[in-house]
Write a protein that binds this ligand. Sequence first.
Ligand code: GLN
Length: 276
Amino acid sequence: MVSLAKRLEERLSAITEDSRFEANVLLETVFGRDYRLSAIKGGFEPKKEQLERLWQLAERRMSGEPLQYIVGEWEFYGIDLKVAPGVLIPRQDTETLVELSLELIKNIPEPKLADLCAGSGCICAAIFSKRPDAKIFAVELYPKAYEILCENISRFGGITPVCADVTDKKIAERFSGLDLLVSNPPYLNAEEMKNLQPEVQKEPETALFGGEDGLDFYRAIPNLWRGSLKDGGHIAFEIGAAQKNDVCRLLGASGYKDISFKTDAAGKDRAVYAKK
Ligand code: GLN
């Protein structure tokens, strides 16, 4: 067992600095989460098919596929979510937006929210896990992502999936009386799209690319969805580290007030929020 783990780790070290962690994740994927316990007890006997599968998964990883797509599920904010090609992989950075959202609805009983560009559903699922009294609409346009979203939120009764374009005025007009609009829209600019890590290149461009300057969704959403918010309701966005000033300016231009921001665990500007 030790030598199997070691060999796998060595193989993966050619592609990742986290080879020990990634080897462990692949071992757990093939042999189950408590394979180590049985290895210690001495009852660990990998079957031939399991070993074949393990090395197949390792080869997929070697070819640059993200670990999360290979495993097929990933943990976000303590929740296991399905992930697959066609949906953005939940990032830990996004927990900043979740924490901010929870803070903004803290004193509102049965808050009504919309999660725009919901993707895997990680944000709405995380919020709902802490606020099961919330009513959340999760809006996602792309069919593959929408399918995964529906699967991930099926265990959370208060989240309603909506397959629609958040930049369509007619869609925004269908919603009213919201306490919070929350969104992690595509926000990379054209330059950043040219320099993506190999793993990120395997993620959907539609979830990453926010137009030439990366700001397309920050330009569209605040205006189009303003009428869906209650007076005193909030809008909260995840942003790229260099977008704070632009997004604050756009929110101001759309008539929002009390514009502020939050940094992530690494100290980078990560979320901007404002009040209607
Ligand atoms: N944080 C992601 C990245 O840098 C981008 C996510 C997004 O565009 N919403 O890869």
